[in-house]
Structure formats: structure tokens, C-alpha cells
Ligand binder design. Structure first.
Ligand code: TMP
Length: 208
């Protein structure tokens, strides 16, 4: 049987990493084979593209270049890692997928519809079986990131408040359009309350 494809989305500082670890632990406890990965990244080539994208010194990068690089990293990740593993019956949990491009490049950079078109080329329209969107007002998320010890802000996190607000609005629009796939979770709640909602979604998907 094909594995399940799961993504976690949210603004910077929304608590994705903590919840991803909890999802992994839970699925392992339930005897599921689960692989963790991330975007941009997840393969050698895609991790190299990630470095280019997040390097704070790449201030000259144009919005279209950024969109295409995220899509290129995704195409490689999907073909080289995600699809072969799903076909082997392993489930894959990715920290971000196409929704991030719609929110950050489509809404944040205001590139609009073309982002979906480019990503259709990159993915052939493949999307996760379930997506958990951790919803947190952007000012709270960015403040959390800044407060993290040893955290250096990447090129996207350094963007101004208006950019992060547009990204947030983009995610909310996506939730309205794709409510079947995307579980919208209030990430201002404590860690266990957030996970309880995620667990309910996993239980439904896996049939536990
Ligand atoms: P991360 O900090 O969650 O690893 O993500 C890296 C940054 O890249 C984050 O600021 C969100 C951004 N991003 C996009 O702008 N578009 C995308 O398609 C993806 C996957 C991430």
C-alpha cells in the first residue's frame, strides 16, 4: 500500500518543528514507518538551492527567481525522495510544501496565479493527503524567532511586517479554498492542545 503524504505549514515561528517531532513520535508509537523531510530541501540538490534562497546576503534576488528556485527544489524533492518512498509504502512528513509557495511567493511577493501554474509544472498537481496549518499572527511568530537563542534570521524572516501579514492572509485564503485537505489549527494554544488537534487528523487519515 502507498504511504501517506503529510505536510505541516505555518508562518515562521508558528511551532512547526515542535509539532513535527510530536507527529513523528506518535506515528512511530502507532507502528508506522514515517520519514521526515523539509522544503526547501530534502535532497542534496534541493538543500543547495535552499542555501541560495535563505542566504541573507542574496538581497538582489528577484521575486520570480525566488519562485522558480523554490519550485525547482520541490520538483527534485518530489521525484527523488517523496514519490519513491510513498510508492514503497512509507509515509512522508514534510515541513512545508506547495502551500508555502502560494502563501510566500503568491501572496507575500504578490506574484499571484503564476505561482500555482509553475508549481503545477513542478509537482504535476500532487498534493499532500493532509496538511496541518499552524495559525499564528505573524508579529507573534517573528517575535518568537527573534527571541530564540542562537537563531540567525534568514532572508525571508528578515522581510518587513507587511510581507508577513500578506503571507498570513495567503494561508487563510488557502484554508478557505482547500478546507477538505487543510486542518487549520490555532497555534496560540499550548503545545499539547495543538497536538491534540493534529492527532485527531492523523487518526482519521490512518484509520487508528
Ligand atoms: P523554514 O524556515 O520553515 O525552514 O522555511 C524556510 C523559509 O522559506 C521560510 O521563511 C518560508 C520560505 N518558503 C517560501 O517562501 N516558499 C516556499 O515554497 C517554501 C517551501 C518556503
Amino acid at each position: 500500500m502507498r504511504g501517506f503524504f503529510i505536510s505541516v505549514e505555518g508562518s515562521d515561528g508558528s511551532g512547526k518543528s515542535t509539532q513535527i517531532k510530536k507527529i513523528e513520535a506518535y506515528l512511530k508509537k502507532m507502528n508506522q514507518e514515517i520519514l521526515l523531510t523539509r522544503e526547501p530541501g530534502g535532497t542534496v540538490i534541493s538543500e543547495k538551492i535552499r542555501e541560495l534562497l535563505l542566504d541573507p546576503s542574496n538581497q538582489a534576488m528577484k521575486a520570480k527567481t525566488e519562485m522558480l528556485l523554490y519550485a525547482a527544489a520541490r520538483a527534485q524533492h518530489l521525484e527523488e525522495f517523496i514519490l519513491p518512498n510513498l510508492a514503497q509504502g512509507r509515509s512522508v512528513l514534510t515541513d512545508r510544501f506547495t502551500d508555502s509557495s502560494i502563501a510566500y511567493q503568491g501572496f507575500g511577493r504578490e506574484l499571484g496565479e503564476v505561482v500555482a501554474e509553475v508549481n503545477f509544472i513542478a509537482t504535476g498537481g500532487i498534493s499532500p493527503d493532509i496538511t496541518f496549518f499552524l495559525e499564528l499572527p505573524p508579529d507573534v511568530g517573528i517575535a518568537r524567532k527573534k527571541a530564540e537563542e542562537n537563531h540567525t534570521m534568514d532572508r525571508l524572516e528578515m522581510e518587513k511586517q507587511e510581507f508577513h501579514q500578506r503571507v498570513y492572509n495567503g494561508y487563510k485564503t488557502l484554508c478557505d479554498l482547500q478546507g477538505q485537505r487543510i486542518c487549520r489549527i490555532d497555534a496560540t494554544q499550548d503545545i499539547d492542545a495543538v497536538f491534540a488537534q493534529i492527532q485527531a487528523g492523523l487518526d482519521r487519515l490512518f484509520g487508528f
